[in-house]
Each structure stands twice: as C-alpha cells, then as structure tokens.
Design a protein around this ligand. Sequence first.
Ligand code: 13P
Length: 252
Amino acid sequence: MRKPIIGGNWKMNKTVDEAVREAQDLKLEIGQIKSVEVVVFPPFTALESVGKVLRGTEIGLGAQNMFWEEKGAYTGEVSPLMLLDVGCRYVILGHSERRGYFNESDEEINKKLKSALRSGLFPLVCVGEKLGERKDGKAKQVVENQLRGCLRGISAQDIERIVIAYEPVWAIGTGETATPEQAQDMHYFIREILRELFGEKVAQVIRIQYGGSVKPENIKDLMSKEDIDGALVGGASLKAKSFAQIVRYGES
Ligand code: 13P
C-alpha cells in the first residue's frame, strides 16, 4: 500500500507573518494526521519560521527549489545543506514554472535530483505536458522524455525516496483540472516507465501525485483512482481551511 502524500506548494506567496499564521492554522486543523503524509512548501524566506511552528506535528516542511552545489560562489542560489539546516526534509524539483520561466532542463533537474538524494532530502520531481503538446497527441512522449531525462543514473535504491508529481501545465492555476480518467491514464503510463527503468518493486512503491487545480471538490474523485497517490496543490493550499479539507478527503 502506498501512503498518500499531499503537498501544499505556496509558490511566491506570503510574507513571514502570513506564512506563520497559516502554519498555525494547519497545525490546529491537520497537525496530527497520520493517514496522509502532508508537506508544505513555503517560500524560502518563511521556511525557518514555518518549520518552528510545525515542529512536533506530523506536517513536513519542504522547499520549492534548490541548486545542486553544496556551497560556493553561486549568487542567489540556495543549497541542499541550507535547506536541511532550516528543517526541510523535502524539495520540489523541476516544477513547470521553473522549466517555463527559468528554462530549467531535464539535465539540470537530474543534477539537482542527484544532489538532493546525496544530501538526504526527499525530492518531488515534476513532469507534465503543455496544452499544445496534449492537443498534438504528444503528451505521453513529452512526459516519458522528461522522466527518462530527470531520472538518468538514479539507482533503484534511491528512486524509492522520490515522489513523481504529474502536473499537466494546462491544468495549473487555470481552474481546469485533468479528469480523474485523464490523470489515471498518465499515472499508469508513468508507472509503466518506472517499471521498465527500475523494476516491478520500485514501480509498486513509488508514489505519483497529481497537480493542477486540485480543490476540495475534486480531490476525492482523483484519489479514488488506482495510480493516483496524492496531490500537489497550489492555489487551494494558500488557505488553511481548503488545504485541510483536501487533506481530509477520505473522511467525508
Ligand atoms: P494550482 O493548484 O494552483 O493549479 O497549482 C498546481 C501546482 O503547480 C502545484 O505545484
């Protein structure tokens, strides 16, 4: 059985005060939930303060990005050791906004992934096609290329610590969610690639999250699908109430 994992990606939102307030609310609402692995990804500036609020709860802390080197003359970058230092256990890599706005390539994401694993972080690796690519019938080819590029040279042992987040770009922040069937179809396909690359055992244990306009109203249907093991939530994670509702999808 794969334990569901639900992440709240706050993106470039919230001052430290606002982030701390949301963390306090989350602590009250879902701080002790154990049936779902819950992780929040505040902006860098709020990581330490949010981490302090969440200490002693079941809610994990993660960063939205990192650089692959441990330290040095890389102005503006943040290293895996720095993330560990402020209490992070998780890191998102290769989000489509990083691929799109900052030209991150699969090769760079692969370097980040190896570095994150070396340092002991748990990485969430994002893949997903753009609208035009889906319309052209190339969605699976795009996702397969991203997966093969990002996961190159990773051992079967390490891969079990990775979570894959399937986030179709056309569904991010648009209100247009992939249907549970569309998402399931791609998740199944991703698991097949993992099976080919790393074997049956890995394919069975690795978790694949869906991301893109996940809300309290659609989480349950998405989670009812066999290969959907969680969600990466953007907009609806910015309010503790709606994020808590998503995390508690199994209770209603
Ligand atoms: P939305 O939930 O706002 O569509 O964002 C999804 C996302 O990008 C999570 O990483």
